[in-house]
Design a protein around this ligand. Sequence first.
Ligand SMILES: Cc1cc2nc3c(=O)[nH]c(=O)nc-3n(C[C@H](O)[C@H](O)[C@H](O)COP(=O)(O)O)c2cc1C
Length: 214
Amino acid sequence: MRDDLRLLKSLAGPFPAFDPDLTPDEPRELFSQWLRDAIAADIKEPHAMVLSTVDENGMPDARVLILKNLDHRGWHFATTGEGPKGRQIALNPSVSLTFYWSALGRQVRLRGVALQAETHERDADFRARATGAKAVALIGRQSDVMGSRHDLEDALRQQHRRLHEEPDLVASGWALFIVMPHEVEFWQGNSDRRHDRLRYRREKAGWIKEQLWP
Ligand SMILES: Cc1cc2nc3c(=O)[nH]c(=O)nc-3n(C[C@H](O)[C@H](O)[C@H](O)COP(=O)(O)O)c2cc1C
């Protein structure tokens, strides 16, 4: 495997130029620009991100989620609040988000806290989901051990029936979280390894920008 791995190229480029001196005062603005660049570059699932949490023993956990929105409060994601990540956030709301857009050689890392959005926002998010996704969410039990695939099929049939009768149903455990960062780092890879790193750090007076050694 080591030889196979050595043959693989990483950060081959060419990548876009990045001038940290020409960046906005707020990380959200730069993030929006980079996400739009990723969409324009046809990167698959540019809104996929890794959410990292810690459990009750301080053990890290991480999984891929979809970014649902971005506003003045922060970065939104939706999930059941009753599974492992929801329980971990309830105990410790400190989280991080990581984005990677390989074709652009760009990574963004956020550290902050996850808060629950208003109930009406959570309900609207759920109602906008496709029927199949709603049915799975209505079952709940995400990440529980499953006896057999038949159990899933039975549970799905039951939830599809419920949804047919009550199309406005919202899963009781559904949660819309908003990550409010205190630190956001933009990393622009460079094929000569002189990577550019710009970190925004939230202070009382506003955001401080700092360049980091590669
Ligand atoms: C591309 C991709 C997108 C995903 N999007 C979501 C999502 O938006 N919400 C979600 O709850 N799980 C999503 N998942 C599944 C999670 O990675 C994870 O398996 C699930 O949420 C259970 O996580 P937990 O056991 O840590 O709570 C996605 C997985 C992939 C690969």
